[in-house]
Design a protein around this ligand. Structure first.
Ligand code: ATP
Ligand code: MG
Length: 457
């Protein structure tokens, strides 16, 4: 007994001296003694052995406890380890093709940091239960992989714009007016008054281009979406850009270049995560390698009619089902330009035929705008346009949306003092993550989703 205790003391002091490394670093080292720390991911025990799969943020590894080779206290603790117990381990690592991640740790010492209570999530729970337990479910390998990919996506967005000389402009989140239609505004109490949560940074970005010319952001965005779809959140992150002197063709190209760069970065940096998510990389490659087509809305209707036998009345926005059927004919994202002006937001400029402007194939007035649709039924990932610079048109369309132009006076000033052509777009971060990860529902593209029916945890 005394020798056991001495041995344990010795090992504990040894462990304190050891530098902890991550599981993936330990597997890279591949042999010799290592110390790791993490949480119990899976456990299987017999009279003589315990097989504990441990996870940390980097990976998982099977850890083997042998009763015959361990001090009694270590063995007794190992026997009591439950799912999600936190621990520190020292042992010898070696290759083991039969283990889940191809390596095994033969444990020499264990320090339990906390014995976890019985973990409420075991197997095969309903999506709603998993959303109730979201604060625990974010530890799952699936969601951990999604968050790592999202990290790459957001990093790629910053890199893309910064490398092109854009300035990051964080917008105000409390905003006194609407940008994308009054029906999805979240009203909040503001001292003795009311205000709204941001539906878009756009109107403020349009002010900022006169100072910085090319700006971008990645910001929280709020829309009271009353429809329950697998593509809408009420709180999401939008990555937007706005640039002075830019026309529709140029802004569409910027959107294509950005999305292509994001997909390239994920394929380069997240092979492991895509594999864990069982996402077939060959389905993503076209978006990283090929040119993305641009078609007009009018042409899209033609494709739907001729190839899908779907008749859409010219002048109506495309519905989800129509977007899905259209995209069955493409393996990359597609930019759809020139939607009917009447169904577009007030700030999207109408295409007026002037010398040097390409004729339109549309039977009615169209806007200089575009949506980018993702392949495989993931729908719209970008919405953008050239902005209207005509103050009278802006006032006319604001009134049509029952908005008081006086509330927009500061915005209209931007058309009074040195107005220039300019364009921009917004990319839905969770939409692009959902597509790249191949998720069934956008809710899994954000850690703590908010929808009409869910605002906690
Ligand atoms: P949709 O028609 O799908 O509702 P939208 O036309 O309202 O989209 P925009 O106003 O153009 O979208 O917003 C720009 C981008 O923000 C969209 O292309 C999409 O990627 C993303 N987005 C918009 N609404 C949501 C939402 N409720 N949840 C998640 N992402 C969204
Ligand atoms: Mg919408």
């Amino acid at each position: 007994m005394i020798t056991f205790k001495l041995k344990l003391l010795f090992l504990n002091s040894e462990m304190k001296k050891n530098k902890f490394i991550s599981i993936s670093e330990a597997m890279n080292q591949g042999s010799g003694e290592v110390s790791i720390r993490g949480w119990v991911y899976r456990e299987r025990k017999s009279n003589k052995f315990a097989f504990i799969v441990v996870r940390d943020s980097s990976d998982i590894i099977q850890c083997v406890f042998s009763k015959a080779d361990l001090p009694e206290k270590v063995w007794e603790d190992a026997k009591m380890l439950s799912i999600e117990s936190s621990l520190k381990l020292t042992g010898d690592i070696k290759k083991e093709p039969r283990a889940p991640s191809g390596y095994e740790l033969l444990v020499k010492d264990l320090e339990v940091v906390q014995f976890a209570e019985p973990f409420p999530i075991t197997k095969d729970f309903s999506p709603e239960f998993l959303l109730d337990k979201r604060h625990l479910w974010i530890r799952s390998r699936k969601l951990t992989s999604v968050f790592k990919i999202k990290h790459t996506v957001i990093g790629a967005i910053h890199k893309f714009f910064r490398d092109k000389g854009y300035y990051e402009f964080p917008p105000p989140i409390f905003q006194p007016m609407m940008c994308e239609g009054g029906s999805t505004l979240f009203q909040v109490k503001y001292f003795n008054d009311i205000t709204y949560l941001s539906q878009s940074w756009q109107l403020y970005a349009e002010a900022m281009i006169f100072a910085l010319e090319k700006v971008y952001d990645v910001s929280p965005t709020f829309r009271a979406e009353k429809s329950k779809t697998s593509r809408h959140l009420s709180e999401f992150w939008m990555a937007e850009m706005e640039a002075a002197w830019m026309d529709l063709d140029e802004v569409v190209q910027a959107g294509k270049d950005e999305v292509k760069f994001i997909v390239q970065e994920v394929i380069k940096n997240n092979k492991n995560e895509l594999e864990i998510l069982k996402r077939d990389i060959s389905q993503l490659r076209p978006a990283a390698e090929k040119e993305y087509p641009t078609i007009t809305y009018t042409k899209a209707l033609k494709i739907l009619e001729e190839k899908e036998n779907m008749k859409v009345h010219w002048g109506k926005d495309l519905r989800t089902i129509e977007e899905e059927r259209l995209m069955e004919h493409f393996d990359t994202p597609v930019a759809i330009i020139e939607y009917p002006k009447e169904v577009m937001a007030f700030y999207k400029m109408e295409k007026k035929l002037r010398p040097g402007i390409k004729k339109t194939d549309a039977p009615g007035p169209v806007a200089l705008c575009f949506d980018m649709l993702a392949p495989s039924g993931y729908g719209e990932i970008i919405g953008g346009s050239q902005r209207d610079t005509d103050i009278n048109e802006l006032i006319k369309y604001l009134k049509k949306e029952n908005e008081d132009p006086k509330k927009y006076d500061w915005y209209l000033d931007l058309r009074r003092y040195g107005s220039v052509p300019h364009s921009g777009y917004g990319l839905g971060v969770e939409r692009i993550v959902a597509w790249i990860c191949g998720l069934d529902n956008i809710k899994d593209a954000i850690a703590f989703p908010r929808t009409m029916l869910r605002k906690s945890p």
